[in-house]
Design a protein around this ligand. Structure first.
Ligand SMILES: [Zn+2]
Ligand SMILES: [Zn+2]
Length: 344
């Protein structure tokens, strides 16, 4: 079968290759991939600058949906034909405090599909049956491929942050993570202000159609002035950083109210200076959020099924697998919001 393989460490070193079709181990299922999303971290794997462990040669792709084609000898819960999506933490140690408390997304031994284990940029992939989630009948394969980023947002916005109805929530970064987080915050009754840069204009507009109450181009308008006006000078109840930009983080500490919440989902990929005294002066609750775990997936799938989050409007491009380079480039240049690859 054809697969997109990261075949060595370093920059680039990715190509479409012919590889053998995998077969499932006793506790695994073989999934025929129907849709697989290109993620920002795939660009980092391509560039060779991702901080999570990668083991080339490895088939990339960790956001996907499909149909079970075959089940391993010990699998009883699933059968061929089931429509599914899969969690990504294929290996975790099971022994550390995060693992023992169900927070295996922060296990130091975590190894991911599409990074360490062969992923979904191929016609077939295998996954452990315990990590599979059923795709409800009313959730398309395209939307199903966004379960993974949605679960990441559920972890950050629902599980790590408390949003009360009527809260003013400022979200920085109108990429897929910001657009999904916007919809989650709206479903919780928040007043959502989505912030971006001039080149985000299309994405900001999409955010507006997906429910953001207000969109701000931070180079043209002063976010603090607007937030201050809306909140009577107190500041936003919640700030959610989805852009990985130092300026957005600085803005967050400024616009969030005293005793408010700051949640970090984006990754900066570098160190930078920030006035962290504000955390003390304002008694902020600062939380980090990394990836997702079973509980996040459980909520994410339900949100899609009940129409609380719309994933398909985020999909700007659907390409056959062999056009992966076009997809990567469009996503890198931010011409695309979410690119889906379809194995042929
Ligand atoms: Zn991803
Ligand atoms: Zn562990």
């Amino acid at each position: 079968m054809k697969a997109i393989v990261k075949y060595a460490h370093g920059k680039g070193k990715v190509e479409l290759r012919d590889v053998p079709k995998p077969s499932p181990g006793p506790d695994e299922v073989l999934i025929e991939v129907k849709a697989a999303g290109i993620c920002g971290s795939d660009l980092h794997i391509f560039d060779g600058d991702i901080k999570l462990p990668v083991r080339p040669p490895v088939i990339m792709g960790h956001e996907f949906s499909g149909i079970i084609a075959e089940v391993g000898s010990s699998v009883t819960k699933w059968k061929p034909g089931d429509r599914v999506t899969s969690e990504t933490s294929i290996h975790t140690c099971g022994e550390c405090l995060p693992c023992k408390t169900g927070n295996y997304n922060v296990c130091a031994e975590k190894r991911l599909i599409g990074y360490w284990f062969d992923g979904a940029f191929a016609k077939y992939c295998v996954a452990p049956s315990k990590l599979i989630h059923k795709l409800p009948d009313n959730v398309s394969f395209l939307a199903g491929a966004l379960c993974e980023p949605l679960a990441c947002c559920v972890n950050g916005v629902v599980e790590k942050t408390r949003i009360d109805p009527g809260d003013v929530v400022v979200i920085a970064g109108p990429g897929p993570i910001g657009l999904l987080s916007t919809q989650i915050a709206k479903s919780q009754g928040a007043y959502v202000i989505l912030c971006g840069l001039p080149h985000d204009e299309k994405r900001l507009k999409l955010g507006k159609t997906l429910g953001a109450d207000m969109i701000i181009n931070v180079e043209e308008e002063d976010p603090w002035r607007i937030v201050s006006e809306i909140t009577g000078g107190s500041g936003a109840d919640v700030f959610i950083e989805c852009s990985g930009s130092p300026n957005a983080a600085r803005m967050g500490l400024q616009v969030v109210r005293r005793m408010g919440q700051y949640t970090q989902i984006g990754l900066f990929g570098k160190t930078f200076s920030i006035d962290f005294d504000l955390v003390a002066y304002k008694e902020l609750k600062v939380r980090g959020s990394l990836g997702q775990r079973w509980t996040s997936w459980n909520i994410a799938v339900k949100m899609l099924s009940r129409g609380l989050v719309k994933a398909e409007p985020l999909i700007s491009d659907v390409l056959p697998l062999h056009e992966w380079k076009i997809g990567f480039e469009k996503f890198r240049r931010k011409e695309a919001v979410k690119v889906i690859l379809k194995p042929e």
